[in-house]
Design a binder for this molecule. Structure first.
Ligand code: NAP
Ligand code: MG
Length: 401
């Protein structure tokens, strides 16, 4: 059997701990036997990030920008304890934050659905993808604890000396005050990423804010989305048979709960933070959540939404065979291979991505899965180790090949 050919390399960002172990197994057992895999490899494992002064993270993001498609393993974001554990030179920043800053992208998170694991919301039949704007608002706020009576004002002083001044409140006693900002450029990038991703996955796009209350701030978000949609995307959406739909955040919540799923829900930073946890939990398991960073220029970086599964890794180091769920990491690979195939016009690579996903889902649907899923599964579940689970998937790919 000849292997499937690739023409452009994938940018491969290796990572840490248990997910790094799974990463190697997924390549060895599920991809390399079938695909003549070409990657440009970057080792984002914490040790190597430290050795390179984190340059490797920057290099990998630049490579993602150059080639257009990357696949990333979960990585440790160092804290004080990790600085000690790895004897780090510095408390390096989150790789995801660094990569996102370079690609200027938006993160889209979607659950993988399987039979036997039912969403908490009965009507949901298809995944709901959350797109969270990852800049500004309350995450970059300035806050004051007001000690007592006095006048609060909002003041902008332009570089040209122009001043805009608005009263906020006349305090009669103690209280609190906060200032927030956002940028047209950042909101536009967010909007482009959302429209691009909707087209790329052929799903409707919903966007929600509270523009009836926030008549300038939130309204700016609504307007920028509407302008870009009219200027650049309406025709493409109509051709793709998908729609763009704006509504108030509270109306959106009610509609989401009544819906069947199968759309992208774009949210402002805070709304996205809250709603993504709600959606993830209601669909089942963090280990079944995929994540893709989409730049406004249409570059894609695929990963699992979960972390490096440290607790399992320490058990693995003790010689234990763990039952860590590799599904979200497999789907990061299939997502990246499919996108590479689309960009390079390689239909057999796209078909392989489909086959890899189908083999994974078929394995679970036949009752064989890792422990975390077995706990949620309604029906007879055969809980196996990660390696046995991967072997079962490999057999199915082979049988279907
Ligand atoms: P985590 O790695 O997601 O794991 C938290 C817990 O969730 C695990 O202990 C495990 O529960 C369960 N879990 C998560 N993924 C699983 C999987 N694939 N299969 C089975 N169970 C799974 O989060 P964390 O422990 O908070 O963080 C660990 C490290 O990951 C940290 O250093 C953090 O910086 C990093 N992190 C990286 C990313 C990223 O690169 N995108 C994201 C988040 C966190 P049980 O132990 O109960 O089985
Ligand atoms: Mg959160």
């Amino acid at each position: 059997m000849s292997k499937i050919r690739m023409t452009t390399p994938l940018v491969e960002m290796d990572g840490d701990e248990m997910t790094r172990i799974l990463w190697g197994w997924i390549k060895e057992m599920l991809i390399e036997p079938f695909v003549d895999l070409r990657t440009e490899y970057y080792d984002l494992g914490l040790k190597h990030r430290d050795e390179t002064g984190d340059q490797v993270t920057i290099d990998s993001a630049n490579a993602a920008e150059k080639y257009g498609v990357a696949v990333k393993c979960a990585t440790i974001t160092p804290n004080a304890q990790r600085v000690e554990e790895y004897q780090l030179k510095e408390m390096w920043k989150s790789p995801n934050g660094t990569i996102r800053a370079i690609l200027d992208g938006t993160v889209f998170r979607a659950p993988i659905l399987v039979n036997g694991v039912h969403p908490t919301v009965r009507t949901w039949k298809k995944p709901i993808t959350i797109a969270r704007h990852a800049y500004g608002d309350v995450y970059r706020n300035t806050e004051i604890r007001i000690p007592g009576a006095g006048k609060a004002e909002l003041v902008f002083t332009g570089d040209d000396g122009q001043e805009i001044r608005q009263p906020v409140f006349q305090f009669r006693g103690a209280g609190v005050l906060q200032g927030m900002h956002n940028l047209d450029a950042s909101i536009s990038s967010f909007a482009h990423s959302c429209f691009q991703y909707a087209l790329s996955t052929r799903q409707d796009l919903w966007f929600s804010t509270k523009d009836t209350i926030s008549k300038i701030y939130d309204h700016r978000f609504k307007d920028i989305f509407a302008e870009l949609y009219e200027q650049e995307y309406r025709q493409k959406f109509e051709q793709a048979g998908i729609t763009y739909f704006y509504t108030l955040i509270d109306d959106a919540v009610a509609r989401v709960i009544r819906s069947e799923g199968g759309f992208i829900w774009a949210c402002k930073n805070y709304d996205g933070d809250v709603m993504s946890d709600m959606i993830a939990t209601a669909f089942g398991s963090l280990a079944m959540m995929t994540s893709v960073l989409v730049s406004p220029n249409g570059q894609f970086e695929y990963e699992a939404a979960h972390g490096t599964v440290t607790r399992h890794y320490y058990r693995y180091l003790q010689g234990e065979e763990t039952s860590t769920n590799p599904v979200a990491t497999i789907f990061a690979w299939s997502g990246a291979l499919r996108k590479r195939g689309e960009m390079d016009g390689l239909t057999d690579l796209q078909a392989f991505a489909d086959r890899l996903e189908k083999a994974t889902l078929d394995t679970i649907n036949s009752g064989t899965m890792t422990k975390d899923l077995a706990l949620l599964y309604e029906g007879e579940a055969n809980a196996v180790t990660s390696r046995v689970f991967l072997e079962e998937i490999a057999k199915r790919i082979q049988a279907g090949a």
